[in-house]
Design a protein around this ligand. Structure first.
Ligand SMILES: [Zn+2]
Length: 114
């Protein structure tokens, strides 16, 4: 199976975030980070050189999207809450892929009812 192309943009509330894959060396607690969000520039950056980039990719994108949602919707989450929410959502989607698939079809169906 060919590796699927990851998303290059996501809409979070009214704001479009670009998803970029690049090399960087931002550290937190002595560990190189897999991803970071630039709230001011509306960018989610995935560290393509992170050793677990592919394993962590879904979690990383969800994690950074939650940071953006936190800022846009003024939720005021702590880092641990963002980590746990991203892990829980990643697990939910991986074990229930029929749900996001159904959401897409349901939204299309609803759109056609207008
Ligand atoms: Zn974070």
């Amino acid at each position: 199976m060919k590796k699927p192309t990851p998303p290059t943009r996501v809409l979070i509330g009214p704001v479009e975030y670009q998803i970029e894959f690049d090399s960087y060396s931002t550290f937190r607690h002595g560990e190189i980070m897999a991803s970071v969000t630039n709230i001011a520039r509306h960018k989610i950056r995935i560290n393509k050189d992170h050793p677990d980039v592919e394993i962590e990719l879904v979690d990383s994108i969800l994690h950074e999207a939650i940071h953006a949602m936190d800022q846009i919707y003024k939720i005021n989450l702590k880092e641990e809450q963002v980590v746990t929410l991203a892990n829980a959502l990643t697990h939910f989607i991986e074990y229930n892929p029929h749900v996001p698939y159904w959401i897409e079809r349901h939204s299309s169906w609803l759109e056609k009812q207008k």
